[in-house]
Design a protein around this ligand. Structure first.
Ligand SMILES: *Cc1c(COP(=O)(O)O)cnc(C)c1O
Length: 424
């Protein structure tokens, strides 16, 4: 494939935008090479500025679960655009989407809209601190909750110690309030609770992780977290920015049968427009301004254009009783068939998958936490990525990311993808 225009556009972008991109993973730093500049997308396909087309396994990092530019979402957004983009006043639409979600997601009585997943997680932590009157939180290595200070933390020296900043600009004071734990390690979390449980406002995690590649919770891990949180009066926060409305309409909570005190959303909830949300039980959510004292606000929060895109997306999902079954079947087919090809060729690998999320890790047979994800052969993944890209299959440009299968991926797309894998 030729990437002349992408190449020129990237050179130009770098003159005006830090690193040429508005979000770092887009720069291909991890896989190397020049990022592909896209021009349009429809259904399962992306078209780049050089006219190349790709089967898309990122889908804008999750939001385009129906496939790109889905007819009914497009129509809803176009109709709303004529009525106005944003009023900065309450609208009926906001209640409509809130009601739709609350009536179908267990454990939440009240929901507030924001404009990104970062905002949702940052606000949920503040709310948990305000509600409990405590300052510490526990997060897990390899889980991503957006780029607010409390989450940009790396491990301190020993196990179960306070974190230290992993980005310049994050203060050590902030880092000291975040404990870092290992995903799927119940014993370590118990240790932190035994020592400091009374100070911990919240435990936040991705109930099925997607930001160290797809990593699935092991049996009992989530149940134990739930029990520990209940015992110590700590709020359990499920970051369902990725899993919400993706694994099931009720997200990971529905699939795992474990319920959080607060849930954060993003990605699918906005159908491709900038939306996030956080939700929970009434007595917790009541602590937010203007009802309570925990401050949180947003000029474009709940704006009608974004709400229309979200509502149309969620409605499409609900109108199709077999939606999640079909998505999962497509994903399992992809996983199984790719697995067979690698096995025939003697390529050691493991594919983690849950619902329509999956990741391939090379030269390993088990990835259940960040250390194990790091131990995979990422150099080989990077070669795999470029081989697939060159054959018109667009994978996440990093071995630490999840593939997001959309409803628009069908038999033909899978066949083309498997052909590409074979020739790799
Ligand atoms: C994408 C993501 C976020 C951040 O959302 P933004 O909209 O990019 O701010 C937070 N948590 C998880 C689990 C995510 O996947």
């Amino acid at each position: 494939m030729r990437y002349q225009r992408s190449s020129a556009l990237f050179d130009k972008a770098k003159r005006y935008i830090p690193g040429g991109v508005n979000s770092p993973v887009r720069a291909f730093n991890s896989v190397g090479g020049v990022p592909v500049f896209m021009k349009s997308a429809k259904g399962a396909l992306l078209t780049d500025e050089d006219g190349n087309t790709y089967i898309d396994y990122i889908n804008s990092w999750g939001p385009a679960i129906l496939g790109h530019t889905h007819g009914s979402v497009l129509e809803a957004v176009q109709k709303q655009a004529e009525k106005g983009f944003s009023f900065g006043t309450p609208t009926e639409l906001e209640t409509e989407i809130a009601q739709l979600i609350i009536s179908r997601v267990a454990s939440i009585d009240s929901i507030r809209m924001v404009s990104s997943g970062t905002e949702a997680c940052m606000s949920a932590i503040r709310l948990a601190r305000g509600f409990t009157g405590r300052e510490k939180i526990i997060k897990f290595e390899g889980c991503y909750h957006g780029h607010s200070d409390s989450f940009l933390i790396s491990a301190g020296s020993g196990a179960a110690t306070f974190g230290s900043p992993n980005s310049p600009g994050v203060t050590s004071g902030t880092a000291k309030d975040t404990f870092l734990a290992r995903y799927n390690d119940t014993v370590q979390v118990e240790e932190i609770f035994r020592k400091s449980g009374e100070e911990i406002a919240a435990v936040i995690l991705e109930p099925v992780a997607g930001n160290m590649g797809c990593v699935v919770p092991e049996r009992g891990f989530m149940e134990n977290l739930r029990a520990l949180c209940t015992e110590y009066g700590t709020l359990l926060i499920f970051d369902e920015v990725m899993t919400g409305f993706r694994l099931a309409f009720g997200g990971a909570q529905e699939v795992l049968g474990v319920f959080a005190d607060l849930v954060t959303y993003g990605k699918v909830i906005g159908g491709g427009l900038p939306v996030g949300a956080f939700a929970g039980r009434k007595e917790i959510m009541e602590c937010l301004t203007p009802q309570g004292a925990v401050y949180q606000a947003g000029t474009l929060s709940g704006n009608p254009l974004a709400m229309r895109a979200g509502l149309a997306t969620l409605q499409c999902i609900l109108d199709d009783a077999a939606f999640y079954d079909r998505l999962e079947r497509t994903t399992v087919t992809l996983k199984t068939e790719i697995g067979k090809i690698f096995q025939e060729k003697g390529i050691s690998h493991v594919i983690n998958q849950r619902g329509s999320m999956m990741s391939i890790f090379f030269d390993t047979n088990r990835v259940s936490n960040f250390d194990e994800a790091s131990g995979a052969n990422h150099a080989l993944f990077n070669r795999f990525f470029h081989a697939m890209l060159n054959q018109g299959v667009y994978l996440p440009p990093s071995g630490y990311e999840t593939w997001f299968i959309s409803h628009a991926i069908g038999k033909n797309e899978i066949e083309k993808t498997l052909d590409a894998v074979r020739s790799f």
